[in-house]
Design a binder for this molecule. Structure first.
Ligand code: SAH
Length: 208
């Protein structure tokens, strides 16, 4: 681990106790996912602009969301809002395969370059509106949503969880909060509302 990566992990450790997640943060080279010229700040615990009005998420939030998903090495994961691809790379380090969808083709193309440079080969990218998930590839063991989700979009995504599957999403309301959903073995979905967060909005295309 490089010095800056070690400092970042030490900074996150008091808030994220999950050793596998901290290991993933330590191994994914975040300097490959930040905009050119920002490499010297890649291990600051901060979000940054990545173009198209979007941001690469703060490492603490990525680590916290990954820990909430309790990923297992065999898991199939859906990631909505690829952005820089950094969050997808962290998830891919913890799971078997990640399908990540982004509505800006330019960001997806850039993410593909960064993921290849990082040696992450188990992320499949696609371009489009991920607000309705990827029904053709469902069910997923875990779903990560990286854009602020209107509450009425949550059910359609939760429907794509396998039994025992988990979903984490920032959900809009009087304040934006992380919601963790779990599909129980009997098929019911339980939701927990957690801490306040700040994500860019999930932009939905009109119903086809
Ligand atoms: N996970 C990213 C940060 C994402 S910011 C990272 O690690 O860098 C949220 C992203 O969601 C933005 O890139 C935005 O374009 C994308 N987005 C917003 N609405 C979307 C939708 N309906 N489908 C797919 N992507 C969407």
């Amino acid at each position: 681990m490089t010095g800056p990566a070690r400092r970042l992990v030490a900074e996150l450790e008091p808030y994220v106790g999950d050793a596998r997640v901290l290991g993933a943060i330590a191994t994914v080279p975040r300097e490959l996912f930040v905009p050119p010229g920002m490499e010297d700040r890649a291990y600051d615990n901060e979000a940054m602009s990545i173009g198209c009005g979007q941001t690469i998420s703060q490492p603490l939030v990525v680590a916290r969301m990954a820990a909430l998903l309790q990923l297992m090495p065999g898991d199939r994961v859906l990631d909505v809002g690829t952005g820089s691809g950094y969050h997808a790379a962290v998830l891919a380090t913890l799971a078997a395969r990640v399908w990540s969808i982004e509505r800006h083709a330019a960001l997806s193309a850039q993410a593909a370059i960064a993921l290849a440079a990082a040696g992450v080969h188990n992320v499949t990218l696609s371009v489009g509106d991920g607000s309705r998930g990827l029904p053709a590839l469902a069910p997923f063991d875990a779903i990560n949503v990286a854009a602020a989700t209107p509450p009425d979009a949550l059910g359609g995504l939760e429907a794509q969880l396998a039994p025992g599957g988990r979903l984490v999403a920032p959900v809009t309301g009087p304040e934006q909060r992380l919601v963790l959903s779990r599909r129980e073995a009997d098929g019911t979905v339980r939701r927990r509302t957690l801490e306040e967060v700040r994500f860019v909005p999930l932009v939905r295309d009109p119903e086809p």
